[in-house]
Design a protein around this ligand. Structure first.
Ligand code: GLV
Length: 327
């Protein structure tokens, strides 16, 4: 409204990995008065009472007790993406602060990326590219062969929206689909993609050619895949992770890959991110890594930003928040 001050919203920064995208700034500034963390820290006394919301893009700014104590009028933290493992929901609730995420919009792209990783790893796209552009190597050595995806068995751990979308895609590749989930999907959902429920994750691990992790990170799923689980997998199997690095015991994974306990890994997520440049995972030929780009398409990122805007507006107005995350 004319003359009315726009609500103050705290962001990490503009640009960079955790910053507001340059081409989202114009839209956001029509609705909010954006304050970067740097501006906030330099002008705490003036700004702390004004800030009503935090726009948290890829887990930044970090919201801890100290920050919450300094923002008495904070109403909502709008977090990008689906995972909320970086937020202490009980702490936020104790400050009367609501939380939202953008769960559904990220699922299609993330499922696409899961397929891309599976195909790239099995058909050795990265090595193939290196071979094709290198002036030194033999073009196509006889022992250089990939593994087929079509007809192989895919084990999906976590059959939420993303896991199910992976199954829909895998069906088109004529894959045999197993899944493990807290609860079994409805019969008609299972038969629509031809997925078979494994109550025990061990059964899925033993039978799958590709094991794809699409489960949320919680205290129960922390390091869900460790030495024991990797040893249950086939020596010809590939582990794909499109969820969170901490679902996997990374030291055990390195060991398993070095000792050929499993064939390969394709990871969009690790811990930390990025990995230190001398990390053993970066030296292994049977690993491909992408920099946490599950939802990284132009359209999806734009919609995420718009959904976060709506949630912030609702949170400040005290209206029902789209995609509110309850403690
Ligand atoms: O990591 C991405 C997400 O949680 O959406």
């Amino acid at each position: 409204m004319e003359g009315q001050e726009l609500p103050y919203v705290l962001i990490d920064c503009i640009g960079g990995v955790h910053g507001v995208y340059e081409d989202h700034v114009g839209f956001l500034q029509k609705h909010f008065h954006l304050i970067t963390m740097k501006e906030y820290l330099e002008n705490k006394t003036l700004l702390s009472k004004k800030i009503r919301a935090i726009y948290m893009w890829y887990q930044k700014p970090v919201v801890n007790k100290e920050l919450l104590q300094s923002l008495p009028n904070l109403r909502i933290v709008a977090s990008s993406g689906v995972g909320i493992d970086h937020l202490d929901l009980n702490l936020l609730s104790s400050f009367g602060v609501k939380v939202s995420n953008t769960p559904f919009i990220v699922s299609t792209d993330t499922a696409d990326l899961g397929m891309a990783l599976m195909l790239a790893s099995s058909r050795r796209l990265v090595e193939g590219y290196e071979m094709a552009v290198s002036p030194d190597t033999e073009y196509f050595p006889a022992d250089w062969l990939g593994a087929e995806v079509s007809g192989a068995t895919l084990g999906i751990v976590g059959m939420g929206t993303i896991g199910y979308k992976v199954a829909e895609r895998a069906k088109a590749f004529e894959m045999k689909i197993l899944y493990h989930n807290r609860s079994q999907r409805k019969k008609e959902e299972e038969s629509a993609v031809g997925a078979v429920y494994c109550k025990k994750i061990d059964d899925l691990l033993q039978q799958s050619d590709f094991v794809l992790l699409a489960v949320n990170l919680t205290p129960q799923t922390h390091k869900l895949i460790g030495k024991r689980e990797l040893e249950l997998m086939k020596p010809t199997a590939t582990l794909i992770n499109i969820s969170r690095g901490l679902l996997v015991d990374q030291d055990a994974l390195v060991e398993a890959l070095q000792n050929k306990v499993i064939k390969a890994a394709a990871l969009d997520v690790t811990y930390p991110e990025p990995l230190p440049r001398d990390h053993p995972l970066l030296k292994l030929k049977n690993v491909i890594i992408t920099p946490h780009i599950g939802s990284a398409t132009k359209k999806t990122r734009r919609i995420m930003m718009e959904e976060m805007t709506e949630s912030i507006q609702a949170g400040i107005a005290g209206l029902p928040i789209p995609h509110e995350v309850l403690p």
